[in-house]
Design a protein. Structure first.
Length: 181
């Protein structure tokens, strides 16, 4: 049994540490949410202004549009990221089943993956054996599927980021209406 700390704990302060995937996911959701907040609320406000509607109605419509957009973006992001996380969990289960059912074939597959990184056949076979004696699932997930069980995406984090950034993006066109009244 391996008593060494998990590989990612050796470099906890580095960008590839455990929470990096979640940070990137929040950033992606945030950029999309802010952009959508700016564009959709601006378009709606311009339509209201063009129709000659009163400032009170324009602001009310802008507020309603901001709330609806934030809810929509948050829910959409939650559903999307939940589906991604569910898919990742299925892949983890499948890989775990394969390791139990055919450990020799999986060890050979791992050696082949390592050879793809330029490691000699003999060294790759030895490394695959050592990995298989310790934590073969983690190695297969990282090298074969690019997954880490400690770093699955968080749907709530992405949803919150998307909704909040939509509101912040929508605040820009709303502020322009407030300043013009």
């Amino acid at each position: 049994m391996n008593t060494e700390p998990h590989a990612s704990s050796h470099h906890a302060g580095e960008p590839h540490a455990r929470s990096e995937n979640d940070r990137l996911n929040r950033l992606r959701a945030g950029v999309l949410g802010a952009n959508d907040g700016i564009v959709s609320v601006s378009a709606m406000l311009l339509g209201m202004v063009g129709a000659g509607t009163s400032n009170a109605v324009i602001l009310t419509a802008g507020l309603a549009s901001t709330i609806a957009g934030a809810v929509s973006m948050g829910l959409g992001e939650y559903v999307s990221v939940s589906a991604q996380r569910d898919t990742e969990r299925v892949l983890i289960g499948k890989e775990s089943d394969e390791l139990r059912a055919m450990p020799d074939e999986e060890r050979e597959e791992l050696a082949g993956i390592l050879q793809g990184y330029g490691i000699s056949r003999q060294t790759a076979a030895q490394a695959a054996q050592e990995i298989s004696d310790n934590d073969p699932l983690a190695a297969h997930l990282r090298l074969e599927l690019g997954l880490d069980t400690d770093d699955l995406v968080n749907p709530w984090s992405a949803a919150g980021s998307s909704a909040l950034s939509f509101v912040l993006g929508a605040a820009l066109p709303m502020l322009s209406v407030l300043l013009s009244t």
